[in-house]
Ligand binder design. Sequence first.
Ligand code: PEP
Ligand code: MG
Length: 592
Amino acid sequence: MKPTKPRERRFSGHPVSPGIAIGPMHEATEASLVISTEKPAPSELPAELARLEEAVARSRHQLQKLKSRLTALPKDSQAEIAPLLDAHLHMLGPSRLLRGIKARIQDGGHGAEAAAHEEAEAQAALIMAQTGGDKAGRQRRAEEVREVARRLIRNLTRQSFRSFEQLPQGSILAAQDLRPAEAALIHPTRFAGIVTAEGGLDGHTAVMLRALGLPAVLGVSGLLDKAITGSLVIVDGDSGDVVLNPSKTSLEAARKKHSAQTRARRALTRLQNLPAQTRCGAQIELQANLELPFELTMIAESGARGIGLLRSEFMFMNRETAPDEDHQARIYQDIIEAMDGEPVTIRLLDWGSDKEIEALSRYLPDSPEANPAMGLRGIRLLLQHEALLETQLAAILRAAAAGPVRIMVPMVSVAKEITETREAMRRVWRRLKRRKSITLPEKMPPLGIMVETPAAALAAPLLASHAEFFAIGTNDLTMYTLAADRASPGAVKLYDPLEPAVLRLIHLTTSFAAATGVPVSICGELASRPAATPLLLGLGIRQLSMHGNAVPRVKQAIRATSLTTCEQIANAALAAPDAEAVRAILAQAQEN
Ligand code: PEP
Ligand code: MG
């Protein structure tokens, strides 16, 4: 009798990395960790500490090896993965985690494995208990602490790590769960796609898979129980659909989609050296946002002309004290030199509210604010801590001798915040001039502001007499205009930069800026959405700054439109009743 063909079954999960993958599914299984809770005799504790030291050394060695293998990955994957491995290496240095594990051995009399497990759990619980801000970020940090402990435990007990080597090339890698450091081990040409039973949209694993460019769907329940090794699977990283044992029709449709995507990708690569110019010949300036220095290579390859937003927060993270003037100046200078004459806009430290920086926690009020987003953050905090502000200004002014720089003030709501920052800048400039050994640029760099509060947008004509440029931060502008925190589940539906109220504030800012001759850009996430590009041009924007990855697609959208069409779209959007209607206008425009 002929064997019956297995029936097609459909599943769905979180679409974390776009693209279609078709192939046989192979599961990478993993033996669970065994942790002994038996306490050693007091005389054995020094030996436990020695075992821990040895496991730390092995773990560090493994991570260094992993780091050296990164060079084989695409540049933007390196940019995502390297900071994560660095964070793990940091935790395996003189960190709070290691101090805690040692204390549990020395004072608590635990064995090394149990000490590592319990300390990681305790620290993860503390991270999760912090209030306010970005829950997904806290979850990621807690998971990283656990991950470092798991590595230590495997090395302590010599339980083997999961390996993907034996899985056939071109297959769909399936797993119950995939950890970020494991994702870092995957070579993008080895597998066609990834599917897991656990995991979500916001985790580090998702970020890494996106950076690797591998189609991936995470959090697909039921699939692993129904599939057998080698079952044919379609993974749709755009929709989150996973089809097991696809029918002829499903397979045909997936193949068509796959080849269309390959063609589109090729076309994007060709765009890199073409000008960002509309059909009617208007030149648009495309710049990149830089969050971590590792992104520089990707930015250089993206076709972006300069950095429109350097979020300087990274320099203050993962360390116990704030970096000094020399340290900051060196980092700015490296970035400016790498941009080779293209402008670099450095934003002064934007900290407070959901942007937590451990090294600066002593500067924050003793009791947490009830409403931190409305409280001390950005320039409000910096103006209260003159030494921090002046150190950063001095470092930027020194580095500005290396190439064109602009300085940007975050979270401005009143003119005084700009004038006081300018006074501080002049003070620092005079002080540096007296230091003979220091080279300064010929002129002080332009000082501009983020327009990210409704007050700044509404008072743009007034602020224009104090600021040399405006950069609209649609992320915060949306939150403050709609009084909707994007991290708050209750308000998440309200948070939408396409709401006409937000668009009107953007339009107000560009109109005032045009009347006063102040250049204006957008550097919030909205700038990276190609569907919104014609709308933003129609609202008067001629400069956009975004994540480097987004530059080619936005350029494509610019080259496909003309200013007349953009203005029609903007007028319709400004008159629309809500974000839903604006989205419909944009969708319609894309079809035409
Ligand atoms: C913004 O608010 O739009 C912005 C670019 O700043 P950040 O996202 O860093 O707050
Ligand atoms: Mg902001």
